[in-house]
Design a protein around this ligand. Structure first.
Ligand SMILES: [Fe+2]
Length: 134
C-alpha cells in the first residue's frame, strides 16, 4: 500500500489533504487488483485518480500563482507531463494488464516522487517567505 508520510508534508493544509486523497484513491486500485478482479471497476477508480490529479494540479497551480512562486512555469510543465503520461496509459484500455502490473511504479512516479521532489520546493519557498505561507 502507498502511505502518506511526514516527509511529504508541504503546507499542513489543502495540498496535504489533496495528496492524502490521491494516495487513498491509488490504494483503492491496489485493493481492487486481486484474484477475480473486476476490470471495469478498476478502470473507474483509475479514472477517478486521473480526474483528481487534474483537479489537484489546478488547485496547486493557483496556490503557486498566489504565492508568486518563481518556478511555476517549470512546475506546470511537470504537471502536464504527468497528465500526458496518465492519459497515455489510461486511454489505452487494452493495456489494462500492463497498467496494473506497473501501477505501483507509475503512482510512485506520478504522485510520490513528484510530491517529494517538486512540491517540496514549494514548501521550501513558503518557508523562506513566512508571511505568504498562510
Ligand atoms: Fe505539483
Amino acid at each position: 500500500m502507498f502511505k502518506w508520510t511526514l516527509q511529504m508534508q508541504i503546507d499542513n493544509g489543502q495540498l496535504d489533504e489533496d495528496h492524502r486523497k490521491l494516495i487513498s484513491i491509488a490504494n483503492r486500485v491496489l485493493e481492487l487488483n486481486r484474484p477475480n478482479r473486476d476490470v471495469e471497476e478498476i478502470k473507474l477508480v483509475i479514472r477517478e485518480l486521473y480526474d483528481y490529479v487534474k483537479y489537484h494540479f489546478s488547485r496547486e497551480e493557483n496556490l503557486m500563482r498566489e504565492l508568486n512562486y518563481p518556478e511555476i512555469a517549470d512546475h506546470h510543465k511537470k504537471h502536464q507531463a504527468i497528465v500526458a503520461d496518465m492519459n497515455h496509459y489510461l486511454t489505452s484500455s487494452h493495456h489494462m494488464n500492463d497498467i496494473l502490473s506497473n501501477f505501483r511504479g507509475l503512482v510512485d512516479k506520478w504522485v510520490i516522487n513528484h510530491i517529494m521532489e517538486e512540491d517540496e520546493k514549494i514548501r521550501r519557498f513558503m518557508e523562506s517567505k513566512p508571511s505568504a505561507s498562510k
